[in-house]
Design a protein around this ligand. Structure first.
Ligand code: HEM
Length: 373
């Protein structure tokens, strides 16, 4: 997509697609403005579940104040030993193997297990939980109404099952005293106000759709970029303290998430174009991160880049709630892989396939050969 982004930044930085009734915005300053300016660009959507992502202030502010309590820097930092243990569990069975798929075997399961732990899901329910999570994030490129309908029906059922599961746990008080997101949010109070059961459940749902695939892509995109740049990979092998800087630059260079939408609230002009109230706007984060007017040599992967104000976690009031968690998971996962696997390389005999989503950016598999020839 990066060639297309470059062409659009140059020739049509704000352009309209009549088929989608949607404006596409490609330059850094415009993408940032669309994401930040909730008065002109609303997040209100007509999905069947309303989450934090679909709210504007002041409703958004009230809800976000609650859920932030479960994502403080301290809460996240305290997860480090647990994330390390899960990473070891995933790595152990792979070490004797010669070829692995880094997506299926590590990058995909890690965030799902971490979030199910954070939600207080016991390990015997993990498989079921993972199935729901898979269904909820599944996309389809098929335009056939029949295929779409079947997928939506399946997703609705998974959502209901998930809600019933958490509702039952909450009312049986199985979760109440445990130290996890649900118990924190059940008891959270802001100025005498508290979250309703429906609000709590929609947040659990949001965590699955917002946090899992994105983190999978961050881990896999980082490893792919390192395989392409063996000198940097070797540098990281020698000095693990450089790993967070590499992950940070991957966030810009291969953002796990490429585009976020908004809806125009009043007729306005942008770069000479007339945007009409009610139209959709797609803010192309993946393009903003390569904007040559903001980043020097944007197509070069440079772990020393500073400043590095990428927009991969969004901007403004919706700034990603899980950014610290995602970075911590990626740091631990990559550090532990480099410690456990002394040499590895990409299996270039296989053709890499991008995942079938326009907005998520990552690969279906990452075939890796462990050890030297
Ligand atoms: C919001 C990206 C990981 C939870 C966002 C937004 C972006 C984003 C771009 C803003 C959406 C908007 O402006 O409308 C990412 C990326 C991730 C990641 C690239 C991984 C590398 C996570 C994780 C969690 C999470 C691990 C939680 C477990 C959320 C939530 C919001 C959000 C709850 C909504 C915040 C709000 O509306 O106030 N994320 N995310 N994300 N993210 Fe993430």
């Amino acid at each position: 997509p990066y060639d297309w982004f470059k062409k659009m930044r140059k020739n049509a930085p704000v352009s309209f697609d009549p088929e989608r009734n949607c404006w596409d915005v490609f330059c850094y300053e415009d993408v940032q403005m669309v994401l930040q300016n909730f008065r002109l660009f609303s997040s209100k959507r007509n999905g069947n579940v309303q989450t934090l992502l679909d709210m504007d202030p002041p409703t958004h502010r009230r809800y976000r104040n609650f859920v932030s309590q479960a994502f403080t820097p301290k809460t996240i930092q305290e997860l480090e030993p647990r994330i390390t243990a899960i990473t070891h569990e995933l790595l152990a069975p792979l070490l004797g193997k010669r070829k692995i798929d880094m997506v299926a075997e590590i990058a995909y399961p890690l965030p799902v297990i971490v979030i199910s732990d954070m939600l207080g899901v016991p390990s015997h329910d993990r498989k079921m939980f993972k199935e729901w999570s898979d269904i909820l994030v599944a996309g389809t490129q098929s335009a056939s109404p029949n295929v779409m309908y079947k997928l939506f029906a399946k997703q609705e059922k998974a959502m209901l099952d998930l809600q019933t599961y958490f509702k039952r746990k909450i009312s049986n008080r199985q979760i109440n005293h445990a130290n996890n997101i649900i118990s924190t949010l059940m008891t959270a109070e802001v100025g005498g106000d508290s979250l309703s059961m429906d609000e709590l459940l929609s947040f659990c749902f949001l965590l699955l759709v917002a946090g899992n695939e994105t983190t999978t892509n961050l881990i896999a995109n980082t490893m792919l970029t390192l395989f392409e740049q063996p000198d940097i990979l070797n540098q990281l092998y020698r000095d693990h303290s450089l790993i967070p800087a590499a992950i940070n630059e991957v966030l810009r260079y291969r953002s796990p998430f490429h585009g976020m939408n908004r809806f125009v609230t009043e007729d306005i002009q942008l770069k000479g174009m007339n945007l009409k109230k009610g139209q959709e706007v797609m803010a192309w984060i993946g393009s903003a991160n390569r904007d040559e007017s903001v980043f020097d040599k944007p197509d070069v992967f440079d772990i020393n880049r500073s400043p590095n104000n990428y927009l991969s976690f969004g901007a403004g009031v919706h700034y990603c709630l899980g950014s610290q968690l995602a970075k911590l998971e990626a740091k631990i996962c990559i550090t532990e892989m480099l410690k456990a696997i002394p040499t590895m390389k990409l299996d270039t005999s296989k053709h890499l396939r991008l995942i079938s989503s326009t907005f998520m950016y990552g690969y279906k598999e990452l075939p890796v050969i462990l050890g030297s020839e």
